[in-house]
Design a protein around this ligand. Structure first.
Ligand code: THU
Length: 127
């Protein structure tokens, strides 16, 4: 699976966004270490803090399915800038795979690539 293919899946997942408050649609595609892909889109809540980002939507589906190791996540919105994960998503992804690749795509499909541990250095750790 190339990062371009992963971005395509994230873009398709964006169609599932429920974002009546921000009108900011986000899609994510999470690649597991064993080669499967889980997608998600943001789901907003009228009590705004209850909103679930696209990245965590994908992550909870994968974790509920027994997956624990991830190699990459692609994220895309309708905006021209690369879509980088918010702080909460960085932490939750880092709880599983701190060294995974984060592929932040722009609406035109161009992307930047970062290591999660570079986006969230000195992550919180219970251990
Ligand atoms: N959002 C995501 O889905 N992922 C992020 O990394 C940042 C923000 C969503 C949350 C909310 O529905 C909308 O984008 C605007 O913040």
């Amino acid at each position: 699976m190339t990062y371009e293919e992963l971005i395509k899946l994230a873009k398709k997942a964006k169609d599932g966004s429920y974002s009546p408050y921000s009108h900011f649609r986000v899609g994510a595609a999470l690649l597991t270490a064993d080669g499967s892909v889980y997608t998600g889109a943001n789901v907003e809540c009228s009590s705004y803090g209850g909103t679930i980002c696209a990245e965590r939507a994908a992550l909870v589906k994968a974790v509920n399915d027994g997956k624990r190791d991830f190699s990459a996540i692609a994220i895309i919105s309708d905006a021209p800038a690369p879509c980088r994960p918010c702080g909460i998503c960085r932490q939750m992804l880092s709880d599983f795979s701190p060294d995974m690749a984060v592929i932040s795509a722009s609406a035109d499909g161009s992307f930047e690539q970062n290591r999660l541990s570079d986006l969230l250095p000195h992550a919180f750790n219970l251990k």
